[in-house]
Design a protein around this ligand. Sequence first.
Ligand code: XIL
Length: 386
Amino acid sequence: MQHQNLKKSKLKIFVSLFFLLLISGFYQCKSSLEDGLVKNGADSTAITAADEELSAKSTGKNATLKSAFSFPFGAAVVIDRLEDKPYIDILKKDFRSVTPESSMKFGALQPSKDTYTWTKADGIVAFAQANGMRVHGHTLIWGKDGRTPDWVVNYKGNKDDFLKLLKDHIQTVVKHFKGKVNSWDVVNEAFQNNGKYKSNIWYKKLGEEYLYKSFQYAQEADPNALLFYNDYGQEFGGAKLQAIIDMAANCKKRGIAIHGFGLQMHTNLNLSIGRFSENLVKLKNTGLLIHLSELDIAVRDGQPEHFALSAKLNTALAAKYKAIVKTYLSLPVKQQFGITTWGVSDRNSFYNDSYPNIDHDYPLLFDKNYAAKPAYTAVIEAGKGI
Ligand code: XIL
């Protein structure tokens, strides 16, 4: 009996020990598991951060328009908006080039004969200089009378008088900004789609000479400035593009400097990248610089007057931006002068300026609240070859 009792109590001890061991083992296991989890947690946080950094590098998450391209990525700028903090912050963070959107146009600089108003343009130049940005001047002469001040269009004078007007304006302006403005759109929108010169006051008085003289006068005033011909629709090729290429060849024949072409690229979601690419190659073959000088992409086709930017449109916008930038990057690096968007955010787009509300279109990289849109990331990705 005693023996049996002893056996029973031994068994009890054994069973209790077993359970004790089991429980302590369980707790040990649990705590080391928790330790492990904590460790893994810490590690996994570290890994996640490293991963994020890695993926940021590859997706361009932390990159900016400034860092993603070898050429200065630019924006058209309006002086009054330089009082807007988010506008300035974005310009400083993302842009290395500015084009005054309107304050260097003929009427803005010489609103009446021999009276020059520099304040706004000087303000933009000062901002650019303070922030190490390149300034692209736009535009000395415009091939459309509606964009030339009335006093010029209605000016009574002969050929020599008009040559003098042309020379005085171009040389006064280019000399004023000499050493501060790196490059100029010398002539804007001179050709029709059929390749003929547009009729305007300069053409009526001077014939096609007005265009060649404009380049000549600009070069005399600042031999270091890069001189561009700027126009829309070159991406579609045809007679207009050929006329522009021929004009550049004529400049060369005459010993007149022309350094590049500005393709305005006020475009939309329907742009055929194939066609754009083909025509870019034709321009590339001239060996001159190429500037996408006023890029924006309208999404409003088929929409009502006012509409919200759907996720679908926003994605399509990003894809189109990316495709355009990638196509541009296929040019030889030495011909890549830059890409400039026509404004900073949808709030500042000239499409919306002209309308009472800002939901008329959504063509830029930043939304009306200055938040980066998917198109912004897409452009950076293109810049990084992703
Ligand atoms: C536009 C400006 O964005 C507007 O604010 C202004 O009212 C009119 O001019 N092609 C050009 C630019 O070359 O100068 C135009 O800029 C847009 C079309």
